[in-house]
Design a protein. Structure first.
Length: 750
């Protein structure tokens, strides 16, 4: 019997089990081969190597650190095993006492599989739960040694690997990407002197001035506690109740109600360190510094109606955009700029640089470019990398230090603390994505999930039994900036913190007309969702101190009387140095990448002018645009002449909101078919209302009219209706598409 069992490990009727063996084998040619690897073992767009992987851990280096290659698991050609490495013979059936019998407790294969599955989830981040990450590198332009001894800024051309995570703040892990919200912009630099995390946002200011208020802010903006609504939205009572009682939030509200809260792409938004930090040079001299990331593609945003529709059409809109751009080799890039200024300069400013609700206008302290960051590799595994990455505002390296910003102080505590719950213990720094490249040696020991196997007898310092190692590094190590302090312990704020409106006015007054219109519309929308009239009134009364024009417009939009202005905390308002800053408008940075990675739809239907389709497609692709052929259905479309066209998207699965521009080629039959299709009409209507670039053949006139585009509208910027194609028409389309949007043609009510 024993022999038979060995020769026939499954039940004797195995082959007959409902034909499962056949059903599980895909017919020849229908199975997907694993992507072939290049010489580096890469499966994804990884041609550009970083130091973070591919190298074995050096002797004495944290065993988990140094190399992601070491921990990569590729199943190609491998049999299925248990977690103990035992090969699994049958992954379809649990072990039973007879084919129709009870499942057996001794089935360790089933139990291990289910047990592991039961524990697959970890708590999501309490804020910034939804995010998307990518690997890349930072390259230093010139030595910055006069300002900082940080090693990543030490030499021209020096490369430091990075991992970046972009996020929304309020929504849960599975929420939509296009919520009106701040975006997190967190960068982990794996420098050769340890990890530096610049955990910033896409807006340079914050809602509150003191860490003491952070839990209140987050409780107010998150879904309301009794019914857990609304998801990923600030348009509700508790949020506006809180901020209307916190006038210090006025400036941030301007940013949050602006188009910056609905970025077109993570690749097209700025990043900011928000707080004032310190650079410290080798002589121990300190300079205040603000960090800015400026995207090469320029700063571009969605409009609200579009964002709302995208959240249905593609809730992963920003995540997909980042992933696809990197996969296609269109690597996103940012320039890191600093504003460096002395404490004496800061003393003289009309605002306090320790107040995170204030910017330092570029007109006051210009930006100095110091390097660039390129993101060139998608993560292998979302959970292992993007979910388990732990950023921490306290992770600084020699040459970078904190200031006394009271908001920053709370962050220095919070980030490590929160990981202990989220990542299940104090050893999360050993997770491969978190481990520094720099060697880790200390006497911290044990704890849940310890990876490193520490050798030797001593885990204390000083010691003589371990040769005194690891020994403290003295001036070679991180030395906190010795800021002199003469003060009483108090709970309170400096006087300049009490001025809340100058910079809110600065922001609003620096926007273009279209941007101002969008800000008013955003306040109107959000407050129209507030059910308590007193809260709406309080917000408008606050706005009066920033802009009478804005307050009046919002009040009108809400059908309410203009309330009294909110009393100011300061009897005398300090005069601001700068009253208009063009740099604060999204239009200030258009980028220099033309139409690269822009999404263009070419609408196709039976009878379309095939030559026009391909001419436009090839010409746009040559300039780096992403072209989709969008038909009434996916699959074959029969053109007027020439071979069938394979539509790779449909009007149903790719509505107009997912594209930056649209082309409707000629072919009277195709035009007629599209004009009769409500989805094609809606496609064009949205393209038009969202101020996007449209190029249509004269054949499509009926479709245009159905979409609400009149003969007069054809004269507006960004709309081209031509009898024929040709290179001139194409050129016009390309240059208009490069402008992103044509808000000149926006109807004020939009
Ligand atoms: Fe955060 N923040 N924060 N924050 N924050 C977190 O840390 C916190 C603040 C920011 O992609 C948490 O790992 C406090 C400002 C980003 O993983 C938590 C205060 C700025 C991310 C936390 C602030 C940020 C976080 C939640 C006020 C812009 C996502 C999970 C005192 C400069 C990082 C986690 C990622 C995440 C605390 C304010 C940016 C709870 C206490 C200001 C980009 O530790």
């Amino acid at each position: 019997v024993g022999k038979m069992a060995a020769a026939m490990p499954h039940n004797p009727n195995k082959q007959a089990e409902h034909g499962r063996d056949k059903a599980l084998t895909p017919p020849e040619g229908a199975s997907v081969q694993p992507p072939s690897r290049d010489a580096t073992g890469s499966t994804l767009a990884e041609k550009n190597h970083t130091e973070k992987y591919g190298k074995p851990a050096a002797p004495g280096v944290n065993a988990a650190g140094g190399s992601l290659e070491r921990v990569r698991a590729d199943p190609e050609g491998q049999p299925l095993t248990t977690n103990q490495g035992v090969r699994v013979s049958d992954n379809q059936n649990s072990l039973k006492a007879g084919l129709r019998g009870a499942a057996l407790l001794k089935d360790f294969v089933l139990r291990e599989k289910i047990t592991h599955f039961d524990h697959e989830r970890i708590p999501e981040r309490v804020v910034h739960a939804r995010g998307s990450g990518a690997h890349g590198y930072f390259e230093c332009y010139e030595p910055l040694s006069s300002l900082t001894q940080a090693s990543l800024f030490a030499e021209a051309g020096k490369i430091t690997p990075v991992f970046v995570r972009f996020s929304t703040v309020a929504g849960e892990r599975g929420s939509k990407d296009t919520a009106r919200d701040v975006r997190g912009f967190a960068v982990k630099f794996y420098t050769d002197e340890g990890n530096w995390d610049l955990v910033g946002n896409n807006m340079p200011v914050f809602f509150i001035q003191d860490a003491m208020k952070f839990p209140d802010l987050v409780h107010a903006v998150k879904p309301e506690p009794h019914h857990a609504m609304p998801q990923a939205a600030s348009a509700h009572d508790t949020y506006w109740d809180f901020v209307s009682l916190m006038p210090e939030s006025t400036h941030m509200l301007m940013w949050q109600m602006s188009d910056r809260a609905i970025p077109r792409s993570f690749r097209m938004m700025q990043g900011f360190g928000v707080h004032t930090f310190r650079f410290v040079n080798a002589q121990g001299e300190s300079t205040f510094v603000k960090f800015h990331w400026n995207p090469k593609l320029g700063t571009h945003s969605l409009v609200w109606d579009e964002a709302v529709k995208i959240s249905g059409a593609d809730p992963d809109y920003n995540r997909r955009d980042l992933w696809e751009a990197i996969e296609s080799g269109a690597y996103p890039e940012w320039e890191l700029c600093v504003q460096a200024f002395t404490e004496e300069q800061a003393e003289a400013f009309s605002f306090d640089v320790l107040d995170a609700t204030k910017i330092v206008p570029e007109e006051l302290v210009p930006l100095q470019p110091v390097g660039r960051m390129v993101l060139n590799r998608n993560p292998d595994n979302f959970f292992a990398e993007t979910e388990q990455v732990a950023f921490c505002a306290a992770h600084v390296v020699p040459g970078i230090d904190f200031t006394n910003d009271p908001l920053l102080a709370g962050r220095i505590h919070s980030y490590v603390d929160t990981q202990i719950t989220r990542l299940g213990g104090p050893n999360f720094h050993e997770l491969p994505i978190n481990a520094p490249l720099a060697p880790v040696q200390n006497n911290q020991r044990d704890g849940m999930h310890r990876q490193a196997i520490h050798r030797g007898r001593s885990s204390y310092e000083p010691n003589s039994l371990g040769g005194g190692c690891p020994h403290q590094a003295g001036t070679q190590g991180f030395v906190s900036f010795p800021e002199p302090i003469h003060a009483d312990e108090v709970r309170g704020k400096p006087e300049k913190f009490a001025e809340h409106y100058n910079q809110a006015a600065l922001f609003y007054n620096s926007q273009t007309e279209a941007e101002q219109r969008h800000i008013a519309a955003a306040f109107r929308f959000e407050l129209s969702k507030v059910t308590v009239p007193a809260v709406r009134r309080r917000v408008v009364s606050m706005l009066r101190n920033a802009s009478e024009e804005l307050a009046a417009e919002v009040a009108q939009g809400l059908g309410m009387e203009l309330p009294e202005a909110m009393p100011r905390a300061l009897a005398k308002t300090p005069k601001p140095e700068v009253e208009v800053s063009p740099a604060l408008s999204l239009t200030a940075r258009q980028g220099d990448a033309g139409i690269q990675s822009r999404q263009v739809a070419v609408l196709v239907a039976d009878g379309v002018d095939g030559a026009a389709v391909w001419d436009a497609t090839h010409a746009l692709q040559e300039q780096g645009a992403v072209v989709r052929l969008v038909g009434p259905h996916i699959g074959a479309v029969t053109p007027r002449e020439g071979p069938a066209i394979d539509a790779d998207a449909s009007l149903e699965n790719h509505p107009g909101v997912l594209f930056d521009g649209v082309i409707v080629p000629g072919g009277p039959d195709a035009a007629k078919r599209l004009a009769a299709d409500p989805k094609a009409r809606e496609f064009l209507t949205d393209q038009f209302l969202h101020s996007k670039t449209i190029w249509a053949s004269r054949d499509a006139e009926a479709l245009l009219r159905q979409a609400g585009i009149t003969a007069q509208d054809e004269e507006l910027p960004g709309i081209f209706v031509t009898a024929k194609g040709g290179s001139k028409a194409l050129q016009n389309f390309v240059s208009a598409l490069g402008h992103h949007r044509h808000f000149e043609r926006e109807r004020p009510a939009a």
